[in-house]
Each structure stands twice: as structure tokens, then as C-alpha cells.
Ligand binder design. Sequence first.
Ligand code: 4AD
Ligand code: MG
Length: 432
Amino acid sequence: MERIRIIDSKDHVGEKVEIDAWIANKRSSGKIAFLQLRDGSAYFQGVVVKSEVPEEVFELAKSLNQETSVKIIGEIREDTRSKFGYEIGVANIEVIGESHDYPITPKEHGTDFLMDHRHLWLRSSKQHAIMQIRNELIRATYEFFNERGFIKIDPPILTSSAPEGTTELFHTDYFGQEAYLSQTGQLYLEAAAMAFGKVFSFGPTFRAEKSKTRRHLTEFWMMEPEMAFVEHEESLEIQEQYVAFMIEKVLENCDYALDVLGRDKEILKGYTELPYPRITYDDAVTLLNENGFEDIKWGDDFGSPHETFIANHFNKPVFILNYPKSMSPFYMKPHPDRDDVVIRADLIAPEGYGEIIGGSERAIGYDYIMEQLEKDNLDYADYAWYLDLNKYGPVPHSGFGLGLERTVTWIAGIEHVREASPFPRLLHRIYP
Ligand code: 4AD
Ligand code: MG
């Protein structure tokens, strides 16, 4: 007899198989018991009919507690009434490990309770669906960049540079020297792009942000491509192709997960149509001013309501271009015709999900970057290696960073970024 995973049921209809699983839920009457089974790959129902199994098997089925692990033997059948489409007619059950008083019951629980039990909450079908989508985005990222000749470079996590501002750093002691957890791999990727042309990284990044919003984590994963000989316009095209590619792959490979989450697939399909609209920061300020956001002035950072308005206005992901230099990191290329803006774009997701990509063409020129470091009070000595890149054949280059959890949150259509991470790190939360 073959041991199979639930997800592969379609290939075993009519066969007697063995499945190792947990009891996610159970309903029973005098004559029949329905076991909601989950084995990590999917969820489906096991049907135990009293008249078809030995008395002790039926009694065992009725006594199983939530999350008991079991070995099930039975026959795979089609089940047209369920979304999944298959079930197992149970012939025998063997308990592998018992479970008592599982804290997460089918009733509603508060967020704090669920977050305290994240190690168990992950077993729920909603969390399962979200992690499937997260996995698909990761898989699609490797496919997209590998197909286009990028090589993956892993920047360090322990670092002495702070390109995204010094106020949001996790400090650590590095054998007596001050070090930080990386906010971005970007500077290292720029060096790598000068060695390998097209590179990307995918790894954890850290921001000691005191923000308690539905978009902020203190530890999140970022996809960061960096490309030599690429100016900003070309980078924007790669960004939108990449985002559309991820959505296409989710539509192709995560149909069931999207159903579990109740995500509207037609809306997602709309986001695969390119190009994405673009608006300059200047025009975005005007648009906001004309639509009831009189408080926003040129030079202000956009908050969540502003970004939400702009993206909903276009009903698509939208690039906001050419931000004020005063609110941008030191490494961005100054606009060739204007002193006050830089060649930067943020990609804002629609439906209120906010910024998912930050990108720019990078500044080149030893003296210019020296000046910018000074302005930002960054110690030249920590960036000497980065400045070196300007001495040995500097070239135009661009790159961007896409936040994985924010993208998952948007594509899955969920409420809060905390559910897009298996074990989220948030302000005031490092347990479990
Ligand atoms: O816009 P950011 O800060 O850009 C950079 O770090 C660049 N150095 C990237 C690059 O050009 N290589 O961050 C990039 C993205 C944001 O658009 C957002 O999606 C995500 O990272 N992000 C966060 N996600 C969750 N929680 C936070 N606290 C985040 N901060 C940024
Ligand atoms: Mg940003």
C-alpha cells in the first residue's frame, strides 16, 4: 500500500492508501464520523461509517481529540461537495501521538491570544494558505531572476553601514566594535553588481521601527536586485514585470489557497496588465491637495492615507517618481535637471497595502557621495569600500528592494503583515 500526501489525492482515486495526518476537526453522529484531516500538504475529510468498519475503529474515530496525530488507511474518492474535490473513506485508524486540550478551537480567538500561540496557529487552514502564497512568491522570484541571468549574492547580516538612516538600527556589539543588523543588502549588492553585472539577494533585513501599523515588521525579508549598466527607466520595467510575474504564478499555482482566503482572482488578474501607471511626486502632491488632503505640502512624506488614495485613484500598483532629495537616502542619483529631487521610485500597491518596492538609480561620483555622507552625518571610514566603487570604472546602475511580507499581505488580501511571516517580529513581540 502506498503512503501518500493529501495534496496528491487526485492521482490515487479508487486506491487504498495510507495517510499520516492530524485531526484538525471532527464531527460525528451515531452512524458516521467526519474527520477533518491535515497533513501539512492540504486539508480534506475522512469519512468513517459505523456499519463499514470494526466497532473499535468507529469508537476510536469518535474519541479523537483535535490535533491528535494518526495513521489513516482508506480509499481515496472524489468528493464533489468540497472545494478540495477528494476525501478518504476510512477503513482503519492508528493513533501516532495524543493531543489534549488544544488551545486553538474553531471558535473566534483574539489577536493577542493567537499571536501568543503562533507556533500552533500556523496549523490553521488560513495560515497554511498564506504560507503557500509566500512560498510561491519566493519560488517565482528565483525563477524570474535566474531566467534573466541574475546571480544570487548573499550580503552580510552583520554590518557596519546604515544606508537607510541611523534612527532605526538594531545595535550589536561586534567584539568591542559597534555593528548593526542589516537594514538592506544594497551597498554590498552594488559592489557585487560591479563584479557580476546582474545580481539579486533574498534575505532577512531589520528595522528597529517604533511603528505599530499593519505594514511594519522589525524583521522582514527583502528581494533586492541590482543591475550594472541599467538606468532607472529599465529598472522600472523590470520591477513591473517581476510583480506581474509573481501574481501570474500565484494565480497559476495557488488557486486553492486563494479560494481559502477568499481572494478575488479577477482583481489579481487585473494587476498582471502592464505597464503600471506612473506619477511624479510633484503631481502626487497636487493630486492629493485637489482631493481633500490640503495638509500635504511639497517635501512631506506620504502617510498611509495618502498612499492609499493615490493607488486607489489608479486602481493598480502605481509608481511614484522623483521624490525630494531631502527625504531620500544618500545613495540616490540626483535628478539631472533639478537640484531638489532624486531618481527614485516607490511602487505603491492598491487596496490600501502601501509601498511594496523602494528603488532608485544610484548616485555615482566620488565627491558627490562624500558630500552626501557628510550631510547625513555618516562616518566616511565606514563607507570607504563603497566609495572605492567610484574609483574603478563606475557605471550607471539601478536596483530596488521588494518587501516580501508586504507583497504576500497584498496578494493574499489579508489584513495585517504579521500573518505574512511565520514567526513575525513586531514592536513589543519576540515570543514565540
Ligand atoms: O524602501 P526601502 O527602505 O528600500 C531599501 O531598503 C533599499 N535599500 C532597497 C534597494 O534599493 N535595494 O525598503 C524596501 C521595501 C519597502 O518597499 C517595503 O516593501 C519593505 O522593504 N519594508 C518593510 N516591510 C515590512 N516592515 C518594514 N518595517 C519595512 N520597511 C521596508
Ligand atoms: Mg521605502
